[in-house]
Every structure is written in C-alpha cells, then in structure tokens.
Design a protein around this ligand. Structure first.
Ligand SMILES: NC(=O)c1ccc[n+]([C@@H]2O[C@H](COP(=O)([O-])OP(=O)(O)OC[C@H]3O[C@@H](n4cnc5c(N)ncnc54)[C@H](OP(=O)(O)O)[C@@H]3O)[C@@H](O)[C@H]2O)c1
Length: 279
C-alpha cells in the first residue's frame, strides 16, 4: 500500500513511503453493503438539500444522486461556476453571504426547510502548489490556500448557512474531510498543509456540532471521509493497484451514511461505511 500513491515529482521509494497510500486513505476500501443503511430516514419531505462544491468530482456526484433519488423536494448546487448552480467562492465572503441569502429566500418562497447541507469542497494540489513531502517544502502561500479552502471556507459556510437550518426536526450537515486529518492516525508524515487543514476542519465540525445541538437537538453535524475516489483531486496520486472508487459509487455510499446518522454521531468523523474514525 505504501507505493500505491505517489507525488507528481516523486523520484524515490523513500519519498513514496513518506506520503503513502493512506494519504488518500485506501484502508477502508471495503465493499459497500447497500442493504445495510436505509437510503432515507423518512418519506419524501418538504426539505431542501444543498450541495456546496457542486462542480467537484464528489460534489457533482452527490448532487446527481440526490436529484435521482427524489427524496428532497428540491436539490440545489452551489459552485464557483454558476453553470453548476448558485455562484460562490470561498475567497470572497460576500459571495458566501449572498448564496446563503438566496437559499433563505428560496426556502421562504417554497415553504421548504434546509434539511441537508453537504460541503464537498476541498483542495490538495493546483497552481497554488503541491502537497509537501518534507518541511523543507513548506510554503506560506500554499499553506494559506489549502487552509482557505479546506478550513476557512467551511467555517464561513457554518457562519452563513447554519442559521438557515431549522430549529426543529431532523437536519444534517456533512463536511468532506479526510482520514489524513486524523492526528492519531498519522504515522507516515508528509502533506503537512492538507493534513493540518483537515484536522482543523474536524475541530470546527466538532465545535459547531455542539452549538448546533443547543439550537436543535435533532441536528447532526459530521465530518466525512470518502475513501479514495477517482476525481481531479486524487488523480495525480493514484497508481495502479490502488482501489480507487468511482465518484457515483462513493456518493451513493456517503448519502446512505448521511441518511443513517444519528444525533450520537454529531461531531464525529465518519467513513463511507458509517464507521467512526479517531481524530
Ligand atoms: N478524491 C479523494 O480521493 C478524496 C479522498 C479523501 C478526501 N477527499 C475530500 O473530498 C472532498 C471532495 O474532493 P474531490 O475529490 O471531489 O475534489 P475535486 O474534484 O477537486 O473538487 C473539489 C471542489 O472544491 C471546490 N473548491 C475549490 N476551490 C474553491 C473555492 N475557492 N471556493 C469554493 N469552492 C472551492 C470546487 O467546487 P466547484 O468546482 O463547484 O467550485 C472543487 O471542484 C474534498 O474535501 C477532499 O479533500 C477526497
């Protein structure tokens, strides 16, 4: 498994083992038993489901599956690209506030409640940089960007979207995190910024879950680990031999997890089988 993933400019086995397959978390790539968890906790409802990051590999798959399921009265996407839904960019808080206002107006106009909020955004590599293999590669600009997208953006989503969640009845917020955000699980090093930004996200989710429970005792707020999924985020690091699941399969499994979560799960990091992972 240690050689299953690699970095784009990785030239040595030592480098490969420093990053490791666990960087994208292949350990829980067991088969999904689609019969275990009911797809929905109830009948078709008045609820609105919102997916943030609707243009991403997992976000687009979650949005498509939710629309196909037809469980929610409405399903809306939010993305940097208005072609995928409402326009919003984490680097512009005004756009987050504006998108939240639009969702609030939609709920008021249609008599709906925001019952499911999925935050499927994230950043690992891009023009802003690549994940670090060593402290020698730590770069302030890359770190700022990875924290802006993986941590600060979701925090601002909490600020602007959580007030829209209903004060009564079941509502669920799921934030895409990663198993590498687990400090206790980190035995291989590497990927400083991504790991740290996801660890911080998990802390935000835990903290917000407590406040959300005070507001609505039936609310659930969780971090999600999707496993290794074939998307633009994982593509440069996947090597032959690693089980990389297609996004639609991962989306189906994660929606089943979200349908089955209970208030006891709130604040936890869950894998795509619904199991709790340590922080
Ligand atoms: N793929 C995997 O193997 C894997 C493994 C573990 C964890 N994860 C996590 O799963 C989540 C989804 O990842 P993915 O694989 O679907 O990656 P992806 O295809 O690269 O999608 C990530 C999405 O994040 C959104 N995003 C990026 N910059 C943004 C910004 N400035 N403002 C607002 N949104 C921004 C974009 O959505 P829009 O295009 O809609 O703007 C982008 O498409 C991430 O949190 C990732 O860390 C993935």
């Amino acid at each position: 498994m240690t050689e299953a993933l690699n970095t784009p400019n990785n030239n040595s086995a030592a480098d490969a083992s420093a990053i490791d397959a666990s960087a994208l978390d292949a350990e829980v790539n067991a088969e999904v038993n689609t019969a275990v968890i009911p797809l929905t906790s109830g009948e078709k409802n008045e609820g609105l489901a919102v997916v943030i990051g609707a243009g991403g590999g997992l976000g687009a798959a979650m949005l498509a599956q939710l629309k196909a399921d037809g469980i929610y009265a409405d399903v809306l996407g939010i993305s940097r690209d208005a072609a995928n839904g409402l326009a919003m960019d984490y680097l512009d808080e005004a756009s987050i506030a504006s998108a939240a206002s639009t969702i609030a107006a939609h709920c008021a106009a249609h008599g709906q409640s925001l019952r499911l909020l999925i935050v499927a955004t994230g950043f690992l590599h891009g023009p802003q940089g690549q994940p670090e293999r060593s402290w020698t590669q730590l770069d302030a600009a890359y770190l700022q960007h990875v924290f802006a997208i993986n941590t600060l953006g979701p925090a601002l989503v909490m600020k602007h979207f959580f007030p829209l969640l209903p004060k009564q009845g079941r509502c669920v917020a799921g934030f895409f995190s990663a198993k590498v955000g687990s400090i206790g699980d980190n035995s291989l090093g590497g990927w400083y910024g991504y790991r740290a930004s996801k660890a911080a996200l998990n802390q935000l989710v835990k903290t917000a879950s407590i406040e959300l429970t005070r507001r609505n005792r039936q609310s659930v707020c969780v971090s999600l680990h999707p496993g290794t999924v074939a998307t633009a985020l994982s593509q440069p690091f996947a090597k032959t031999g690693l089980t990389v699941r297609p996004a639609p399969l991962a989306a189906t499994a994660l929606l089943q997890v979200l349908a089955g979560v209970t208030t006891a799960d709130s604040g936890c990091l869950l894998d795509y089988l619904g199991g709790r992972l340590g922080f």
